[in-house]
Design a protein around this ligand. Structure first.
Ligand SMILES: Cc1ncc(COP(=O)(O)O)c(C=O)c1O
Length: 376
């Protein structure tokens, strides 16, 4: 491919910080100096309590443990999401229950949530697709009425906002990703944001193999021991060193990403006006983070033809999630609250355009190649 879909980038100090972790700090296991600095950055920019994890998947698993899900419990979520949103729930023996998404943002349709609640519902897991917020006011109000926890799958949503509030700070718990396709990266990486103080202590314990090791290092207990269930969810300080270098450049990186997003949006505007495709819709009260740029096509066949056309021109334009309710594990482990017509439709029609830092002419080439497909 001449223009790949993603390309990992260096923001500046990654290698120097990794060497510092190894040679100066002599600490490359978890919770070293760099992890603490990443926590401080997240807490300053978002609020709440931050705990770095080795992936967003790990943070979602921690959230499921913190919600004390048991076999048979239900968690509402969209089917148009990454497997980890559902897997975290299924690992506890609980059942992901799918709710359809909105036509405009492709996020869970808040108007359909109440009808999907049963006596077994314990939580709502919302996904801010492409860094555009779900309708959190309505979702939080429904959750409070029924005593449900809210988990934000904010894998794609770092530094995006809803009515001025950072995503990842509105639900009880939130999971962020630093996977190499995300806005800030450490190869693999993630964070759990704990927004309700009463869950913070247990979150630390679950992350540290069920021990009170974090309290021990704060000199709160004389020795540490096994106090609860847990696993090893913390990343090496070497990866935190890499991540901190990215965090330090977050605003510049965000600006660059938004500029690429804006070029795509402007370059394809008239194709939307002509009814040839649909561009992303960002409600005015949502400030997105340029995480990804997608277009919606007429149908599956047209998408197949456009992907082939782009590939012939050396451009990688992948589709995205295959709805989980249609997957083999989804059919065994999940339930749909009601038919999911919007999910089924948009999942077949969505195509993502290349997006990475350091793009120069590439967005224009991508735009021209899409335009040629439509004879424009
Ligand atoms: C919505 C969503 N949730 C969770 C994940 C998992 O993130 P990670 O690879 O950091 O585990 C992804 C990954 O792309 C995602 O898009």
């Amino acid at each position: 491919m001449t223009i790949g879909f993603n390309r990992p980038h260096l923001a500046g100090n990654e290698i120097e910080y990794m060497l510092q972790a190894l040679e100066k700090n002599r600490h490359i296991s978890g919770d070293g100096v760099f992890t603490k600095r990443c926590h401080a950055w997240l807490e300053a920019r978002l609020g709440g309590k931050a705990l770095l994890t080795h992936s967003c998947t790990a943070a979602l698993e921690m959230a499921a443990l913190l919600c004390e899900l048991s076999p048979g419990d239900e968690v509402l979520m969209p089917s148009f999401t990454f497997v980890s949103t559902a897997n975290a729930v299924a690992l506890r023996g609980a059942v992901p229950v799918f709710v359809d998404v909105r036509e405009d943002t492709l996020n869970i349709d808040e108007a359909l949530i109440e009808a999907a609640i049963t006596s077994r519902t314990r939580a709502i897991s919302v996904v801010h697709y492409a860094g555009v917020s779900c309708e959190m006011n309505s979702i939080m109000a429904t959750a409070h009425r029924y005593g449900l926890k809210v988990i934000e799958d904010a894998a794609q949503a770092l530094l995006a906002y809803y009515h001025g509030r950072p995503l990842g700070t509105i639900g009880d718990l939130a999971a962020i990703s630093f996977h190499e396709t995300k806005n800030l990266i450490s190869g693999e990486g993630g964070a759990l944001m704990v927004n309700v103080p009463e869950l913070a202590g247990r979150a630390e314990i679950i992350r540290e193999k069920g021990t009170n090791r974090s309290s021990f290092f704060r000199n709160e207990v004389a020795r540490y021991t096994w106090v609860d269930i847990g696993s090893s969810y913390l990343p090496s300080d070497m990866l935190a060193a890499f991540l901190l270098a990215q965090m330090e450049q977050a605003d510049a990186l965000l600006g660059e990403r938004l500029a690429i997003w804006g070029r795509y949006h402007a370059g394809l505007a008239d194709l939307e006006t002509a009814g040839l495709l649909r561009r992303p819709i960002v409600p005015p009260h949502c400030k997105h983070n340029g995480h990804l740029y997608y277009i919606l096509l007429a149908d599956l066949d047209q998408r197949r033809r456009l992907i082939a056309h782009m590939k012939t021109n050396g451009i990688d334009t992948p589709f995205h999630y295959v709805p989980l309710h249609s997957s083999p594990a989804g059919q065994r482990l999940t339930r749909t609250a009601a038919p999911l017509p919007v999910t089924d439709s948009i999942a077949e029609r969505l195509l993502r355009l290349p997006m990475w830092y350091g793009m120069r002419d590439e967005p224009d080439i991508v735009i021209d190649t899409v335009r040629k497909f439509f004879g424009r």
